[in-house]
Design a protein around this ligand. Structure first.
Ligand SMILES: CC(C)(COP(=O)(O)OP(=O)(O)OC[C@H]1O[C@@H](n2cnc3c(N)ncnc32)[C@H](O)[C@@H]1OP(=O)(O)O)[C@@H](O)C(=O)NCCC(=O)NCCS
Length: 147
């Protein structure tokens, strides 16, 4: 049984939180998962809506939404190792739905790492197409159309 962890999920605020989110992404994707820095930083962060989970001023998790017409591309979902399995990623996915609706879009698409597919299944995403390799990691495209 995991201990209680209190956090809030919301839009990222200000430069210091952006730096903290980028640092977390670096630790999770580049250090933990071996993704090359040039793929992690794709030049599109300035166009994105960034969401965070924060606890006592510390950024515990982050993700990014890119609005492309009626579709949101969801990516860069990273949760600090010590904060996993407390529902934080699920809470960010729920907030991403709200942001998608309020931004006037109806569909979310993402590339799920196959090991974490049940996270997205549980959030109502459906697989599209075959498993493929991206940044050396097995992925599957998934999407969700909001009702
Ligand atoms: C994948 C990740 C985002 C999940 O974050 P999280 O906050 O721990 O996820 P949640 O607590 O909301 O998990 C919800 C459900 O997703 C599934 N899930 C989460 N982590 C999982 C894992 N490592 N393996 C298998 N299923 C997992 C489980 O069904 C889980 O429900 P349960 O805890 O009741 O079993 C986190 O482990 C992470 O940052 N991993 C490294 C980066 C990464 O892989 N990002 C995702 C790219 S697609």
């Amino acid at each position: 049984m995991s201990t209680e962890l209190t956090y809030e999920v919301r839009r990222l605020r200000g430069k210091a939180e952006m730096q903290a989110a980028l640092q977390l992404r670096h630790e999770v994707f580049c250090v933990e998962q071996g993704v090359p820095e040039r793929e992690e930083l794709d030049g599109r962060d300035g166009d994105g809506v960034h969401l965070v989970a924060v606890s006592d001023g510390e950024v515990l998790a982050t993700c990014r939404l890119l609005f492309v017409g009626p579709t949101v591309q969801f990516s860069r979902l990273a949760v600090r190792q010590t904060a996993r399995r407390h529902g934080i990623a699920s809470a960010l996915l729920a907030l991403a739905d709200d942001e998608t609706r309020s931004g006037g879009a109806r569909r979310l698409v993402l590339h799920a790492q196959t090991y974490a597919r049940s996270l997205y299944d549980g959030a109502g995403y459906e697989p599209r197409g075959r498993v493929f390799m991206e940044a050396g990691i097995e992925h599957i495209a998934m999407e969700k159309v909001l009702g």
